[in-house]
Design a protein around this ligand. Sequence first.
Ligand code: FAD
Length: 425
Amino acid sequence: STRARIVILGGGAAGMAMANRLSRRLDGARISLVEPREIHHYQPGWTLVASGVWQPDKTMRPNANFVPAGVDWVRQPAVGIDAEQRRISLADASVLEYDYLVVATGLQLNYHLIDGMSPDLVGTHGIGSVYASIEGATRTRDAIDAWLAKGGGKGLFTAAPTPVKCAGAPIKMTFTTLSRIRDTGRRDAFQLDYLTPGAGMFSQPWINDFLKQRFDDEGINRRHHYRLSAIDPAARQAEFTFVGPASEFTSHHELRQAEFGREGEMTEVVDYDFIHVVPPMSAPDFVRESDLIAHEGPFRGEWLDVDIHTLQHNRYPEVFGIGDVIGAPINKTAASVKAQAPVVEANLLAQMQEQPLPARYNGYTSCPLITDIGKAMLVEFGYDNDMDFLPSFPFIDPRDESWAAWVMKDRMLQPAYYAVLEGQA
Ligand code: FAD
């Protein structure tokens, strides 16, 4: 079985980790890594770039540094998956056949689902979005700089109606911007609103309570059940659609159904000086259009259909999924990838030998939640929220905001992340 053909789709955090792990374990297997980009992006650094703490070049490395010898690096995007025939079609119309497939494409940013919005707008008209790209994170920094230079006004910080990668990032952007506002000495001249489709702030109950309290203490207005549905950049107006029970709708602003809103929806138009846009996210379209997408349940039509513990596809046993693309009820992070990679490695090898799958992923995820520039909390949890905080750094109390946790985010996590790519961690 070492002559098996293995295709890994996507060479980001997850795909690169799998390429390194599998090439080490499977001497002589034919492994293809499909990854169109020359540059690897360290996305966890983007919040630090957008907050003015890091320079952008610190987040980029050539992919050639990480692709192991002996792995065939296919430098173009996949455009289709035929799961029945076990064939991947590529952008140049050629076809890759596989015996085993690892889907690690990451996720797709659906800015187009917000009317009037596109990633090209980031950095213009007071629009920021840390998720867009490294250029987007840099232009987000510039948009925040411009807002601070104005000396006051209203900032809107939004959250998405779908699962997102690093669910803490929209919150981190709110806190680091607040920190920079305080530094100007004019806190009172700035209004910050946080608008989220959810009833809460975060999936983990303890963090949710902490964040609600902190936002209230800091005078950041929380508006729940609000989904960003349209934006008019030139007018600096955002339209929000109310997604909660009708009885809870209280318009603080002007209700304008006629201009923006769709039939029967309650919408509200809000003026802003700065807005941080968090787009809806899903699996990439070519994965959604394949038979590998979930057909039922909460991930239907949007995310890869895997067993959330073994990470094996629920209908195609020769297919495994890892990273942001999978349908699982947890935060999508590089920290989860670190915990998933040994599970996919062990289970794929067992599947190749027709053995029972030995490894299970417990949902581990973590997020260094930046609460101020110079302060962070390292929060860690899994599928079972009651499970204690699973601390990997016992000397840092996750419930404390500390400088030690900030130093971890600022200095220690990036080398640890590259160790994951190299298949060492
Ligand atoms: P990615 O790393 O995004 O890689 C996907 C790869 O697939 C890319 O290289 C892409 O080019 C490739 N690809 C896409 N489409 C195709 C195609 N059609 N064909 C072939 N290849 C394709 N995580 C943390 O643990 N801690 C943090 O503090 C943290 N902060 C974050 C802050 C921000 C602003 C962002 C955006 C993310 C953050 N993350 C954080 C999340 C982390 O970056 C992701 O969870 C992680 O990168 C997921 O790895 P992945 O391989 O699934 O996806």
